[in-house]
Design a protein around this ligand. Structure first.
Ligand code: 1DF
Ligand code: MN
Length: 359
């Protein structure tokens, strides 16, 4: 079992086909070396009482396993190494964001200033490689007014294409009115927010952690799917109807849940069964189809991709790889080989991303 680790032993690209579309990968991560140093200090000084962060970065920063070393090397490169991996895997363009959990584990002033630094670094790389890289802005929800300003600077001055937010911020979710200035700015700028996973917060992580399921295997998806669903059912999209979210891992399972979400939301509201469940203007599924795009990050799997295309619409599903956490050329080939029309394949790999991120 497990003779090859994802992304380690697939160097050959002979099997990659020449295709008539650009492959644009839309959930790709980077990390300035300085942020690894900040994380290292947080771990060494035990600054964060966050078992999820401490477990994940205890591994990525403390382990000398091949995976941890590769992640450190690949995350910190925004030049030739990354581009050579893209070439080997047939990726024409990456839409790059600061890795999870980004600045959202830092005290507000440090988070705000580091986000600006990361955005300068990323936008420089995008200017240097304009046909290969596009970028998403890091923002610090800890100070929502500053985050709104940084998003505006990033989009209007730096040429970044939207924001990336790594789900909760110290256990708080974006439906909290204190974060609304950031949502308002995103809507006004017509800038999509990529809602990317991070580990569940301390109040949620217990039963994940003791089974080893807190990370990308499941905890990530459950926590981020919950976040998106909260935004819908608390009426965030009634308040900001033009707001666009992009969600990876095929919508963190919500498209599969769509029927039941609609049914139980309606049942709960009609029966006034749950005090905090309020009526919203549409059905849950209306917002998933109107305000949300999903990407295939980590999901080179035909049945699930097709389900999303069917229930959301083919214009709402975008390709992503999840470099450097997952970057196996066999998955690119599997996605090329999906049993869908050439027209829809081009939407999946190229034109939907061009539309959403204005590439
Ligand atoms: C992992 C995966 C870690 C993803 C990540 O951030 C991450 C992982 C620290 O496999 O441990 O963003 N991911 O997006 O799949
Ligand atoms: Mn990711």
């Amino acid at each position: 079992m497990y003779q090859t680790l994802p992304g380690t032993l697939h160097e050959a690209n002979e099997e990659l086909k020449k295709v008539s579309y650009k492959r644009i990968a839309t959930e790709e991560a980077f990390c300035p070396p300085e942020m690894l140093n900040i994380y290292r200090e947080m771990l060494d000084k035990k600054l964060l009482n966050d078992p999820g962060f401490n477990t994940m970065f205890g591994f990525y920063l403390g382990s000398d396993s091949l995976r941890a070393k590769q992640i450190r090397d690949y995350l910190t490169d925004l030049g030739e190494l990354r581009i050579s991996h893209m070439d080997q895997r047939g990726i024409d363009m990456q839409v790059i964001g600061l890795t999870s959990p980004g600045v959202q584990v830092m005290p507000a002033p440090q988070a705000t200033s580091f986000a600006a630094y990361a955005n300068d670094v990323l936008s420089d790389a995008c200017r240097k490689h304009p046909t290969r890289f596009a970028g998403l802005a890091a923002v610090a929800p800890q100070d929502a007014n500053a985050a709104a300003k940084e998003l505006e600077r990033s989009v209007t001055k730096l040429g970044l294409k939207g924001a990336i937010i790594h789900s909760h911020t110290f256990g708080e979710y974006l439906d909290d009115p204190k974060f609304w200035p950031l949502l308002e700015a995103a809507e006004a700028l017509d800038a999509p927010i990529y809602l990317h996973p991070q580990v569940p917060p301390p109040a949620m992580i217990g039963p994940f952690l003791d089974a080893g399921l807190d990370g990308a295997i499941y905890g990530f998806g459950v926590e981020t799917g919950l976040h998106l669903l909260r935004l819908i059912t608390t009426g965030v999209f009634d308040r900001f109807p033009k707001l666009t979210f992009v969600v990876g891992h095929l919508g963190e399972a919500l498209p599969f849940w769509m029927y039941r979400l609609d049914y139980m939301h309606r049942a709960g509201v009609v029966a006034k069964r749950y005090e905090r469940m309020q009526p919203i203007q549409g059905k849950v599924s209306d917002y998933l189809r109107r305000n949300v795009y999903v990407t295939t990050s980590g999901f080179a799997w035909e049945p699930a991709i097709k389900l999303c295309q069917e229930v959301l619409g083919v214009e709402r599903v975008l390709y992503a790889m999840d470099y450097p956490y997952q970057h196996d050329v066999a998955e690119v080939i599997a996605t090329d080989d999906l049993d869908i029309s050439d027209e829809v394949k081009k939407m999946l790999f190229q034109t939907n991303a061009e539309t959403v991120f204005k590439l």
